[in-house]
Design a protein around this ligand. Structure first.
Ligand code: ATP
Length: 220
């Protein structure tokens, strides 16, 4: 190992743990993968720096792993909550610097917090939040091809565009894009005033050459 190389350990090689291992290894860091189950360890050994079979609820076994030398330890034991909690305690006591733990539910989360996990992940909840944010950030609702290189599209106003006006968006300046209408709730305004302040959830309906529309949408 070169000096300065980052070292990570992942304990528990279910779907979550294995994907953490793969991503870390692809990023070029040193990865130690540990599981009580030999098959899981064999699977991980194909792409990590080192893979070891060990029961991490056992203090002596964990001491041998020398986890204090690692930059971060991820404990991804989900369904067996007892093992997850005990492993977290033992790993923390072994002197590991930064211990990240995967929790299955709120109760599991609270216990991990109390016993000093440095960071707790709830994959379903965290992913749900990220997906909802992405959904809210979606700028284009519909894109209708009209033929002859023309298209009509609906753009939803996200938090980034809030407070701006249609003229701020420079949709119509120096190009042949036209604002056809504007929807706020159930109300549709045809040929809206360009100085109307935009609100989150407003929908702007524009028409113009497909290529210009695509460029305009990207710039919003
Ligand atoms: P997912 O597959 O979605 O990640 P999960 O976290 O519930 O879900 P499990 O199938 O429970 O995944 O995987 C946890 C892994 O942790 C298993 O491979 C299991 O063998 C391992 N494990 C459980 N107890 C210990 C322990 N004491 N020491 C080391 N590894 C353990």
């Amino acid at each position: 190992m070169r000096p300065g190389d980052k070292q990570f350990a992942v304990i528990g090689l279910g779907r979550f743990g294995l994907s953490v291992c793969k991503e870390l290894q692809d990023a070029g860091v040193q990865v130690l993968a540990v599981d009580i189950n030999e098959d899981r360890v064999r699977e991980a050994s194909a792409y990590v720096t080192q893979a070891i079979v060990a029961n991490c609820t056992n203090e002596d076994t964990v001491a041998e792993l020398q986890l204090a030398d690692y930059d971060m330890v991820m404990i991804s034991i989900g369904s067996d909550v007892n093992s997850s909690i005990l492993t977290t305690l033992v790993v923390k006591e072994s002197g590991a610097q930064s211990v990240w733990v995967k929790a299955n539910d709120k109760f599991h989360f609270k216990i991990l917090q109390k016993i000093g996990a440095d960071h707790i992940i709830m994959p379903e909840r965290d992913m749900g939040i990220r997906v909802a944010r992405k959904m809210l950030d979606r700028r284009v609702l519909e894109f209708h091809e009209l033929g002859s290189g023309m298209a009509m599209t609906e753009i939803i106003v996200s938090s980034r565009l809030m407070g701006k006006t249609l003229s701020d968006l420079t949709l119509c300046k120096d190009c042949d894009v036209q604002v056809l209408g504007f929807k706020r709730g159930p109300e549709i305004t045809k040929a809206p005033e360009l100085n109307t302040p935009l609100e989150i959830g407003d929908v702007i309906i524009i028409v113009g050459p497909k290529v210009t529309l695509a460029k305009k949408i990207k710039s919003l």
